[in-house]
Design a protein around this ligand. Sequence first.
Ligand code: UDP
Ligand code: MG
Length: 167
Amino acid sequence: MNQAVLILIKPDGLKKSLTGNILTRLSETKLEIVAAKIARVSRALAEEHYKHLKDKPFFGEIIQYLQGELHDRKKVLALVYWGKDAIKKCRDLAGATNPEEAEPTTIRGSYGRITTTGVYENVIHVSSNEDEAKREIKLWFQPDEIIVDLYPQKEVTRKECKVKIWD
Ligand code: UDP
Ligand code: MG
């Protein structure tokens, strides 16, 4: 079954110059990249992304982590991969959430670490099921940033909308 999955290369992945390695590993899946961008992560975006974890003791730290406050990299690389069994393929390659428990050959097993305060810095986010992927992709991307039609969309006319253009 064809699926879409949101991948984030988190700020530690960017700071450790792992972008190329991670994309190479993901290319083993033969999935198609249908959207990609470098994104600034506001507190509101980070909190919405991890809202299902808001009662966890580590919530505050993972919000700081995703925003890049621990790594002097206030951005993430966001991608949408598309194709057969995309979620399982990408999660298998990513490995377990806890980088110490992840198989050493996986992305998290190879490059992740646990900080002294106990946060799992695991270099990559991968949606864990189709509902989560849909929610996350709609959170991180607008319809015209994705080159396939993944979800129902509509056209609206916006009046007096301020946008930046090249000077
Ligand atoms: N996390 C953590 N400690 C935990 C569980 C999660 O630091 O005990 C962090 C970790 O960076 C993880 C993120 O919170 O990637 C989101 O947690 P989730 O359970 O959704 O794991 P994932 O889907 O990323 O494998
Ligand atoms: Mg998750």
